[in-house]
Design a protein around this ligand. Sequence first.
Ligand SMILES: [Zn+2]
Length: 241
Amino acid sequence: MYNRQVIFALSQLPRRQIFLLICLISSALAFVGPATVVLHNQSPHLQGRDGIHDATAATSTPPRKGAPRMSAYSEPVPQATDPPFRIGHGFDIHRLEAGLPLVIGGVKIEFDKGSAAHSDGDALYHSVTDAILGAIGLPDIGQLFPDTDPKWKGADSAQFMREARRLMTLRGYRIGNVDVTLILQKPKVKDIKPQMKANLVELLGTEESRVNIKARTHEHVDSVGESRSWVVHVVILLEKV
Ligand SMILES: [Zn+2]
C-alpha cells in the first residue's frame, strides 16, 4: 500500500524533479562508500606505540638478512612528529655464580664468580641496549633476543648493542649522552673503566665526552652487597639527527 502511494507520488512529479532526486541519492551513496573505508583505516591496530599514527605499523621493510628479528615487529623509520630528544632507561640484574666468566662492558675480568645468563651475561651492555630500545619505543631486549633461542646461547652481547644502534639510526637518532651506574660489591672495576668506556664509544658510534660510567658497591647489603648478583642502571639521551 505504502509503495503504491510512493510510486503514485513519483509519477505526479515533473521529470526535472525526478532527475534531481536521482542525482541526490547517487551523491549520498558516493559519500557513504569512501567514508566507511576511511573509518576502517583509522582502526586502533594502525596506531603506533607512541599513541600517534605510526607508519612503522603500516609499512613493513623486508628484514635485513642475518639480522635478529622478532616476528611481529617492523623496522623503525623517522616520523614527522618525532621530538628532537628522547630519553631511555635501562636496568639489568644477573646472578653471580661460581665457575662462570664475568664480562662487564665488553671486558672480561678475573673473579671467582661470573654472570649467570643465556648470553655472555654482560648486564652493562644489556642495560644500554634496553635504554636505546626504550628511548625509540621498541620492545625490550628480552623480546628482541629471546633467551629461549639457542642462537643467543653464550652470545657476545656486543651484537645486541650493534642492533640497538642500527635501529636507533633507522629511527633517525644518535647518542646525545649515556650515563651508566654499575653496582657490584666485588671485584673492583677501576682498572677496566677506560676499556669499558672505549667499547661503548665505539659500539654506539659516539665520542668519549658523551659516555660516562660510574661504579659503586652495595654496602654489603642484599644480594648485590653479598656478591650474589650485580646490577646496572643506564640513562640515555638520544638526539634527532
Ligand atoms: Zn641481562
